[in-house]
Ligand binder design. Structure first.
Ligand code: GLA
Length: 355
């Protein structure tokens, strides 16, 4: 009997009749992650609590139609450019590209049909200690307005240390911009009718990127010291989320990018969340320069179990490791340009414990 397993099942067909599969990755301890090749979505993630009870801790659905109809990126891979691009426009070598304005006056999360809404090729890889699903997608030149044919892969790997690694890679045949992330909404209570406000969060960042009224970064790197954005030591999400602060008002809560401390391109601890009633504890490690911490402020999605219920605001939070928002238009942000012949590579690991 192998230490880790993968089971493949049908997850139905898209509205345009493309078959979608679900991959059930299970480790020796009992952690189970379900991933579909539509949007690269994590549909469920069973994690133990302090009493050894395994429950799903991410918002999701059991049916493909539910994801197609109304999903605020639940559990999905987001791209080609996660987060916002001001006025949906950017230039490369004097050529201007125009993207969909799907978030007020801005472009958000790759556009109308971003990587969260496409069907990826999937391959299972298993050895004695790890179970992986390799997802591949070819985004064609000018798809959603972005230049260059982009070959993208996202590899999810579960091991016996209760870690799920998400490794991203991409290559282009024409200069383009890339920023990929994972958009799971966590609620470590496993009760999605409970808010996430009691989770204690740490974010390993001395600065964050303040935004304007349309949630585009102003370009400033602002110290978190003395602000509700200081999560350098554990603080419950609810502690200061309602304090009077212009940035919290602009985000309707936390919906900002923090700048990871530590060396660029070197993986380090970036964030954690602890839920005291269940003892579940999540740590995130990444080589990404930033993390969008989003407290589900705009959530209002159908609930899978009950037509009269919803996934309400603040019923899940996201730790979206990524490049800086609107970087293609911000001179003082790290560059996000991918050249032909270069490899875009980044990885984020989610590790669970009980305390
Ligand atoms: C990101 C954005 C939020 C919101 C969510 C999805 O976190 O910053 O404003 O769009 O994605 O709804």
């Amino acid at each position: 009997m192998p230490l880790v397993t993968i089971e493949k099942r049908s997850f139905g067909k898209t509205s345009d009749n493309v078959a979608v599969d679900q991959f059930i990755l299970k480790n020796q301890k009992g952690m189970e992650v379900r991933i579909i090749n539509y949007g690269g979505i994590i549909t469920s993630w069973k994690v133990k609590d302090k009493n050894n009870v395994y429950k799903n801790i991410v918002l999701g659905y059991d049916s493909l139609a539910a994801y197609e109809v109304n999903s605020p990126y639940l559990g999905a891979i987001v791209g080609r450019y996660a987060n916002r691009i001001a006025e949906g426009t950017f230039s490369i070598d004097g050529e201007t590209y125009r993207l969909a304005l799907n978030n007020g006056s801005n472009h958000l999360h790759g556009g109308i049909k971003g990587f969260d809404k496409v069907v990826w090729q999937a391959k299972e890889v298993i050895d004695e200690t790890t179970a992986s699903v390799v997802l591949r997608y070819r985004s064609s030149d000018i798809e959603e307005g972005y230049p260059g044919n982009l070959e993208v892969s996202v590899t999810y790997t579960l091991n016996n240390h209760d870690e799920l690694c998400v490794a991203y890679a991409a290559e282009t045949d024409k200069k383009t911009i890339v920023n990929l992330t994972q958009h799971s909404y966590f609620n470590l209570t496993a009760d999605f009718n409970t808010s996430i406000l009691n989770h204690d969060v740490v974010i390993n960042a001395d600065t964050f990127l303040p935004v304007d009224t349309t949630q585009i970064p102003t370009g400033e790197f602002r110290s978190v010291a003395g602000t509700p954005f200081d999560f350098r030591t554990p603080k419950s999400i609810g502690n200061e989320i309602n304090s009077s602060d212009q940035q919290l008002a602009y985000g309707h809560g936390y919906d900002h990018c923090w700048v990871r401390n530590g060396k660029q391109q070197e993986s380090s601890f970036i964030a954690s969340a602890y839920e005291p009633t269940t003892g579940r504890f999540l740590e995130v490690f990444s080589d990404a320069p930033g993390i969008q911490f989003y407290t589900g402020n705009f959530l209002n999605a159908p609930h899978p179990d009950n037509k009269d219920n919803t996934y309400a605001a603040r019923s899940g939070f996201c730790f979206e490791t990524q490049e800086f928002p609107n970087a293609p238009n911000q001179q003082n942000f790290l560059p996000v340009l991918l050249h032909p012949g270069q490899q875009y590579e980044t990885a984020t690991t989610f590790k669970f414990y009980v305390k």
